[in-house]
Design a binder for this molecule. Structure first.
Ligand SMILES: Nc1ncnc2c1ncn2[C@@H]1O[C@H](COP(=O)(O)OP(=O)(O)OP(=O)(O)O)[C@@H](O)[C@H]1O
Ligand SMILES: [Mg+2]
Length: 247
């Protein structure tokens, strides 16, 4: 099993949109676990479910197993561990290694080909737990100045986790989202990220597509829609590009 963490401390950078469409695209072929680790529960909503007020993925922090929280989704091969909407990370003093321990104890890797984790826009114990199990980190970013700054901050956080906490992250990639090729700032931002981290780290961008926003209302990820929209094509291409890089 390969674990792909979708992360960026900056809010509204299409983490959830990316996690949901990546997980569903992968689940057309592979067995996939989507963990909604953001208490907002938007990834759960994106696959036709909802965050829970009892149980959910975060209940591993108060002694539950991860797998007892699994629920089915819009796709046969896609399993969801929904968010626990009321979980408060500040009520607990030491949450280190809990998800890693659950993965090991429950042999999660034996049941899935891929695990995709959607994370909150914070650098806290939940993000650290995610990075501890990550093989791959995808950083979606909106291509403007603060978006580029946030990518740098996120890369530093990943580096810190690898050196100080012994995380074994093998690939980090940046995904430009809501990209408009006619806007100079967007093109310049891509060049900056490419210059700072290398061309091989940057994925082909995802364009703006209102249907990506509407998918949350229908609980139907865009990669499952009949009509081939721009957003769907972009995420299908991204998924292929990612698999090529990490396999
Ligand atoms: N390519 C796109 N085109 C148009 N709208 C998009 C696109 N990607 C994401 N959006 C919309 O932008 C908003 C933010 O996206 P999303 O919720 O995925 O970001 P996020 O990084 O998960 O946010 P948060 O930090 O709150 O978790 C949502 O309304 C989403 O529908
Ligand atoms: Mg989100």
């Amino acid at each position: 099993m390969k674990t792909i963490v979708v992360s960026n401390r900056k809010g509204g950078s299409a983490k959830t949109t990316t996690a949901v469409n990546l997980a569903t695209e992968l689940a057309k072929k592979y067995s996939v676990l989507l963990i909604d680790f953001d208490t907002q529960g938007h990834a759960s909503i994106g696959v036709g479910s909802a965050p829970l007020e009892e149980g959910g993925a975060h209940s591993i922090f108060f002694g539950k197993t991860l797998s007892e929280n699994f629920v089915p989704t819009v796709l046969d091969k896609l399993t969801l561990a929904p968010a626990h909407a009321l979980f408060d990370v500040y009520e607990y003093s030491d949450l280190r290694g809990v998800l890693k321990n659950r993965f090991k104890k429950e042999n999660i890797a034996d049941f899935f080909d891929y695990c995709v984790i959607d994370t909150a826009p914070t650098f806290d114990a939940l993000l650290k737990n995610s990075l501890e199990v990550a093989d791959v980190v995808v950083i979606p970013f909106v291509p403007h100045h603060l978006g580029v700054v946030a990518v740098g901050q996120m890369v530093r956080a990943v580096y810190q986790m690898s050196t100080q906490m012994g995380a074994n992250i093998k690939h980090v990639g940046m995904l430009p989202v809501m990209f408009n090729p006619h806007i100079n700032e967007h093109k310049e931002s891509l060049q900056k990220v490419e210059g700072a981290f290398g061309k091989e780290k940057l994925f082909q961008p995802i364009g703006t597509d209102i249907r990506l926003a509407q998918m949350f209302e229908s609980g139907q990820p865009i990669v499952l829609t009949e009509k081939r929209t721009k957003g769907m094509k972009d995420y299908t291409r991204f998924c292929k590009e990612l698999l090529k890089r990490i396999n």
